[in-house]
Each structure stands twice: as C-alpha cells, then as structure tokens.
Design a protein around this ligand. Structure first.
Ligand SMILES: Cc1cc2nc3c(=O)[nH]c(=O)nc-3n(C[C@H](O)[C@H](O)[C@H](O)COP(=O)(O)O)c2cc1C
Length: 196
C-alpha cells in the first residue's frame, strides 16, 4: 500500500527517545491521540522498536542497511505527514534519531525519496525551560538542508515537561493542547494538498 493511494492523510508520530518514561514519547503519543480524535489517521512509532547499529560504512558495504531501517522507511512510506518529537541533547537532537535518519537516507531504493515526498512537523519536550527548542533547529537543518524535506515552520515544544502532562498523557494547559492540535491539523492539510 503506498501513501499516494490513500484518499486521506495518514500521519506518523515518531519519538526521538526510546526511554520508557520519555516525555517525547508522551508528546508523540498525544499527537497520535489528537489526530485520531479529529478524524485523522495516526500511527505512533517508537524508535526503540527499530534497533540499528550506529552507522558505519563497512556495515553498509558488507551487510547492506539494517532490516529495521528498511522497515522504518516502509512505515514512513505509508504515511504522508510525519511529526517528530525529539529530545534536546546539548543543544542538538538525539543520536538515536540521527542514526535512524542516516540509515534510512542511505537505502538505495528510495531512501532519499521518502524524505522528499512527505511533509514534516517538529516538536520537543524537555524538563528545561526552553522545551528542547534548540535541538529542533539542528533537526530542521538536517531535514531541510541535508535531505530536501519540507518541514512546516510551525513546531510545538513542551517546556518543564515533568509538570506538563496529566495522568492521561494530555497537556494540563488546554490552550497549549489546542496549539498542538492546530499544528497536527496543519500537517494533515499540507500532507493532503501535496501528497493526497
Ligand atoms: C546528554 C544529555 C544532554 C542534555 N542536554 C539538554 C539540553 O541541551 N537541553 C535540554 O533542554 N535538555 C537537555 N537534556 C535533558 C533532556 O531534555 C531530558 O533528559 C529529557 O527527559 C530527554 O527526553 P525524553 O524524556 O524524551 O527521554 C540532556 C540530557 C542528556 C542525557
């Protein structure tokens, strides 16, 4: 099934952290729930379910890209919009996410194409006061400059993440949750206009 055969957008929500109690997982899962609640098909992906070795050219030459990179690419291909929630590590995004992005990009049959034919939106959650905003600037650079991806200017960050979510995984601040919903709806609209 290819995404272009869909008549409605399908959004993939990826967390750049595989930590069990990850705030970014919470954010990505909340995104999926908001999408579903608003009639948009959403899928949550945990990069922890797609373990891959750290990229090494010798591994690639000898064994080819890991099966999990191919699986992740296939998952991306059946969605037209992709929301990525990434933690900020020392003002950049997570190595888990960078490694997955790099492996997928080097798959010969369509690895780059999958970035050029989806619409992306970015988000982050952090216990800190800036919500991981600086990491998103780096992630945007990689997607836009490195991979020619279309990344919406809208992004959504959750500062002070330890206090931000309620027990159901919703944002306690309802205004913020509405803002997140607006980003998701815009991503769905953009994905629909561009990719059906
Ligand atoms: C190596 C490292 C560097 C970090 N650097 C930052 C940082 O620059 N800015 C920030 O807001 N948080 C930083 N943090 C804290 C993370 O935001 C925090 O661990 C967060 O919970 C990770 O995301 P997760 O909850 O989705 O796993 C850093 C954490 C680690 C382990």
């Amino acid at each position: 099934m290819s995404a272009s055969s869909q008549s409605e957008p399908r959004l993939l929500f990826i967390s750049g952290s595989s930590r069990e109690k990850s705030f970014n997982k919470k954010l990505a899962k909340l995104g999926e729930n908001i999408a579903d609640a608003n009639g948009i098909k959403g899928t949550f992906a945990d990069l922890g379910d797609y373990p891959m070795p750290i990229y090494n050219g010798d591994i690639e030459v000898n064994d080819g890209p890991p099966d999990n990179a191919r699986k992740l690419k296939a998952l991306m291909e059946v969605h037209t919009g992709i929301f990525i929630a990434s933690p900020e590590y020392n003002a950049s995004f997570s190595p888990l996410l960078k490694n997955a992005i790099d492996w997928v990009s080097h798959i010969k049959d369509g690895g780059l194409q999958v970035y050029r034919t989806r619409v992306f939106a970015l988000g982050a959650a952090s216990p800190g006061g800036m919500g991981g905003l600086r990491g998103l600037a780096q992630l945007r650079l990689v997607l836009e400059n490195g991979l020619n991806a279309l990344v919406l200017p809208d992004q959504f960050v959750v500062p002070k993440a330890m206090e931000a979510f309620d027990d159901n995984g919703h944002l306690k601040n309802k205004e913020n949750q509405e803002t997140f919903k607006a980003v998701i709806q815009k991503l769905a609209r953009a994905a629909h206009v561009l990719h059906g």
